[in-house]
Design a protein around this ligand. Structure first.
Ligand code: SF4
Length: 469
């Protein structure tokens, strides 16, 4: 039987500074980084981003281009070399010049990762922002930086500590890749984080667009980005038809993106502006074309066919899976099993899962032969590529049996679930169990008895959206 902090009764994962590690995002999954991307830094008054006025950023004399806010200038890698921080980007009416000018007065300026050009922090933010909204990322980013202020501390951490801080953010492969990437940076480059795109792409979880963003922000590299928001902007502006997820359309978009790049000195502002514009103006639904600096030349807007770009994704049926989950409870302890390192919820702890009721019955008999299993309401979770219906069966134990089976099973105290590395649906279920136990202790509800619906029938299967991996 594994002896660990969970079994000793001590909280297995200390709550992170500033709040629970398992704080849940809402409505975050499977969307672009709506709400903004990386920016240069702090400083511009928040109202200046909305009202269109210039609050002292200054204008470029020759081209009428606004200078970047002070923090954005701080991030510019040329600053250390004594060069002009923001210069005009080609022709005054060029695509890049308009993006840069717009970003200076209307872009995001006050996000917690903006004040630094430290590639470690930029890397953290870029990975967290993949498929996740800015508002959701902010508290996770702040906690991560407080706990792991540099790549060395992240590399030295255990994967459990990393996953604990990540719990609830979804797409857990990102957390595993961050951990593995940090170790790689320490082992291969002595902790010095690379800033050129080709080297960055050797790290796990960094694709071409993420590498381009880090290189542009931290080294002024003339590398394009092409996340979901940017694809949408380019597809609309240049009327590039077809599904951008297909190789042919994506190739065209990359070529277009590369052709638009400004000089190195403007890359940070331009990259940030493109992200901001895609997130705040050129939104998937109801784009704000009247406020867009590109509207004069935007082919989709000029032809009144904004909705036609980017091309629709071919719809495929989502496979449905189901699994039986054993909720073994003793007092305030529940049995959890570590998931395999890759795949769904990789490396996290979840209820032991089985592919049939008979398998689950056999596992229950190993803990308490012949004990009654209570059927709990089914729960449906929608992932990126499939849906999963979990069929929980509760087993109340009179004695605490050994966890058994090596190191992969633990008995977790319900008082520590908020700081444990649990996927969001499992955490939600355990919170219900904890609340039920609390109510039972108060005499309000017998343990293990599901709350009936208003009609008196058992609740229907709950549907919760979560992320894959
Ligand atoms: S004009 Fe409208 S459709 Fe074109 S890039 Fe701007 S927001 Fe997007």
């Amino acid at each position: 039987m594994r002896t660990n902090r969970w079994q000793s009764g001590a909280p297995p994962f200390a709550p992170a500074p500033g709040g629970s590690a398992a704080q849940e995002p809402t409505g975050t999954i499977g969307v672009d980084r709506t709400g903004g991307g990386l920016t240069g830094a702090v400083a511009a008054p928040s109202h200046s981003r909305r009202d269109g006025r210039n609050h002292g950023a200054g204008g470029h004399a020759a081209f009428g281009i606004q200078l970047a806010p002070p923090a954005l200038r701080r991030r510019d890698p040329r600053r250390a070399q004594g060069g002009n921080v923001v210069r005009q980007a080609g022709r005054p009416s060029s695509f890049a010049a308009r993006i840069i000018a717009w970003q200076a007065t209307h872009g995001r300026q006050d996000l917690p990762w903006q004040s630094s050009s430290d590639p470690y922090r930029v890397w953290l933010a870029e990975i967290m922002l993949q498929q996740t909204q800015v508002a959701t990322v902010i508290p996770y980013f702040v906690r991560f930086c407080a706990r792991f202020p540099n790549v060395a501390t992240l590399a030295a951490a255990s994967i459990d500590d990393v996953l604990s801080l990540w719990a609830g953010l979804g797409y857990y492969a990102r957390a595993r890749n961050l951990h593995a990437g940090a170790r790689q940076v320490v082992e291969r480059w002595g902790g010095r984080f690379p800033t050129d795109a080709d080297t960055l792409m050797q790290l796990p979880g960094i694709g071409r667009s993420t590498a381009g963003a880090i290189a542009a922000f931290c080294a002024g590299a003339c590398e394009p980005i092409l996340d979901g928001n940017v694809k949408r902007v380019l597809a609309r502006h240049f009327a590039i038809a077809g599904d951008p997820r297909t190789a042919a359309v994506e190739r065209r978009l990359w070529e277009q993106a590369r052709s638009l790049l400004p000089p190195s000195a403007d890359m940070a502002a331009y990259t940030q502006g493109l992200m901001d514009l895609g997130a705040t103006l050129c939104r998937h639904r109801a784009p704000r074309c009247d406020e867009c600096p590109l509207r004069r030349t935007c082919a989709a807007h000029r032809s009144g066919r904004v909705d036609a770009f980017p091309g629709a994704k071919a719809r495929r049926p989502v496979p449905a899976r189901r699994a039986w989950a054993l909720l073994a409870v003793h007092g305030d302890r529940v049995l959890l099993q570590r998931r395999p390192p890759a795949g769904l919820w990789g490396g996290l702890y979840a209820l032991p899962q089985f592919t049939s009721a008979a398998q689950l019955r056999r596992a229950a008999d190993e803990l308490d032969p012949g004990a009654a299993l209570k059927v709990m309401p089914a729960r449906r979770h929608v992932f990126t590529h499939f849906s999963l219906t979990l069929l929980p069966r509760r087993l109340d134990l009179c004695a605490l049996p050994p966890a058994g089976r090596g190191d992969d099973r633990v008995w977790l105290s319900l008082t520590t679930i908020d700081s444990a590395p649990l996927p969001a649906p499992v955490l939600a279920l355990l919170r219900e169990v904890a609340a039920e136990s609390h109510a039972a202790a108060s005499g309000a509800l017998a343990p293990g008895k599901a709350q009936p619906s208003a009609s008196g029938s058992m609740p229907r299967a709950t549907r919760k959206r979560d992320t894959m991996l």
